[in-house]
Design a binder for this molecule. Structure first.
Ligand code: 1HE
Length: 262
């Protein structure tokens, strides 16, 4: 495993850590390769995963020092589209991922977070898309995934004006679904991943792999595919889970006691 990405198994979940804290976990080629290896390995070894950043920041985005080398007229050429396959494994693979965000969640870091299924931000988190300032463009699927979370108006505002959003702002506009106290992100993300890992794996797969595709389809096609997916996840395990409820062997859904947990 790469020395800039950590990989730790904890029961049914896996914890994958970006580990260049001195460079604010900026994504260079080595980190992307390590992340790719880790998320592919997780497909076979875990039922859910957490992606987090070591140190005070989640990820400062593309490594600009490395990028500068690629942008020099006489420098090496960076192959295009290398982030997409890795982020697609995260977003549409068999294993749901929860990201734990703190500090900077910028540019490619926000693209990575948007490829995960659930985002937990602590109070120190800030979100930005400074590509306009840097003279580059999103390249980790952000034009699709971040735009889908935020909508064009807000994404254009962040990219054009350099507007920086706090964790609470981010929650309001769907960049994260949870905001927790400073330092609490990783524990909460692991807790959520453990809950996710108890679901039926086929349904987890359907949620991750089919919902983002269905949202790209027409109404009619979406309903058709929904029917196909429903039939394809029906399994012996599903039957047992349904019977467990009918026979009162599992908890029912209960109303939350305190409204609006986080
Ligand atoms: C970096 C990077 C980086 C930090 N690439 N080295 N991303 C950005 O435009 C964000 C640029 N970074 C920042 O605005 C700040 O560094 C932070 C807000 C993230 C953190 O600030 P701070 O005061 O805690 O740290 P620092 O002193 O600025 O940085 C510490 C070191 O990390 C320093 O290196 P050093 O050798 O001088 O110690 C920084 O140079 C280094 N560092 N961020 C390279 N990003 C697929 S396309 C995606 C397009 C994008 O991602 S655009 C967004 C790029």
């Amino acid at each position: 495993m790469s020395d800039v990405v950590t990989y730790e198994r904890d029961g049914d979940i896996v914890l994958i850590g970006l580990n260049r804290p001195d460079k604010r976990n900026a994504m260079n080629d080595a980190m992307l390769a390590g992340l790719d290896e880790a998320v592919r390995r997780a497909q076979d070894e875990a039922k859910a995963g957490v992606i987090f950043g070591h140190g005070a920041h989640f990820c400062a985005g593309l490594d600009l020092a490395e990028q500068a080398q690629y942008m020099r007229p006489d420098g090496p050429r960076r192959p295009r589209g290398r982030w997409h396959p890795t982020f697609d494994v995260i977003a549409r693979g068999r294993v749901p991922f929860v990201s734990a965000l703190q500090g900077a969640c910028i540019g490619g870091g926000l693209e990575l977070a948007s490829a995960t299924h659930v985002r937990v931000a602590d109070e120190t988190t800030f979100f930005a898309l400074p590509e306009g300032k840097r003279g580059i463009f999103v390249g980790g699927g952000g034009s699709v995934r971040i735009q889908r979370l935020l909508g064009y108006a807000r994404m254009a505002d962040m990219m054009l004006t350099g507007r920086v959003l706090t964790a609470r702002d981010g929650e309001r506009v769907n960049l994260c679904q949870y905001v927790v106290p400073d330092g609490g992100g990783r524990a909460r993300a692991a807790e959520l991943a453990r809950i996710i890992a108890t679901n039926a794996p086929l349904t987890n797969w359907a949620i991750c792999a089919s919902l983002p595709r269905i949202t790209d389809m027409s109404h009619e096609d979406g309903l058709f595919v929904e029917g196909l997916i429903g039939a394809s996840v029906a399994s012996q395990e599903g039957l047992e889970r349904v019977l467990a409820f009918v026979e009162k062997r599992v908890d029912k859904v209960t109303r939350p006691t305190d409204a609006g947990e986080e």
